[in-house]
Design a protein around this ligand. Sequence first.
Ligand code: F6P
Length: 328
Amino acid sequence: MKNTRTIGVLTSGGDAPGMNACIRAVTRAAINEGWTVQGIYRGYEGLMDGEIRELTTESVSNMIQRGGTFLKTARSKDFMTEEGRQKAYENLVKFGIDALIVIGGNGSLTGAQLFAREYDIPVIGLPGTIDNDLYGTDATIGYDSALNTIVECVDKIRDTANSHDRIFFIEVMGRDAGFLAQNSAIASGAEAAIIPEGSTDVDQLAEFIERGKRKSKNSAIVLVSEAQKDGVGGAFYYAERIKNEYPQFDARVTILGHLQRGGTPSAYDRILASRMGYAAIEALLEGQRNIMIGIKNDEIVYVPISRAVKMNKPINQELITVLNVLSM
Ligand code: F6P
């Protein structure tokens, strides 16, 4: 392994609070080793188009507290083609980049894995997504901030739900994973969460209504994961069911949408992003390749990217029990 190297860093997929803190950490840790850092703009799109500029210590000043990603991001269809990845590789060679750091979620790291298989370049993945859906890490960068944003919103909705004795279905993001819905439900004292992980074997709405009969409450907050790829689920679906099947209740819907992805990163996410960004450079120094940096029991771990993207990260059953018992 040569001593001086040039690394490329990009953010890809949905932006997540803490991505800037992570770019800062990667940049400064690399510069500390005497390396050069090339910032790749607009994710894989910018890699294919050669939108690449050097990052210095100053480029990442005043960034740790900023939401979004100053490198910008994109969801790239072209990178999923062989021609796209060939173009990307040519630009890495052109800019003398000999290791690539990808900050992103499941789709972005799947792209990274394909690339690493085809070309002889070490790739290190950093889990940056509000969904928390990557296997092998307890948390992803951005998840904690999004969770806090959701809880703040739910607290506000609670006031109006109470005043009108209504059931609110509050839809949150998470793609195929229910972490945001389940944990924001616990943190906001909600009455239920309806999550993709639980939807196959039980009717979660009927179960919630059944449990509700035992309660003295007249209003309720239900956190609902967004609709799945097949269009099933989502807050409107459940509100419609209430109208048809339980007309005695007055239901309303709030879709929190992209509000969840914005805002300044929480302290937890800033620290996580800093530790993980630093760890990515340490991993390269150790000669690691094609791994994702994760965190387990507060220790940095290396996870093969292939496992991180393919394995399902289960929701801890304890979280479901805690919500069910405490929402009485
Ligand atoms: O993966 C992050 C995420 O915010 C998901 O929770 C959501 O399903 C998706 O991105 C939305 O993507 P877009 O911003 O491209 O509509």
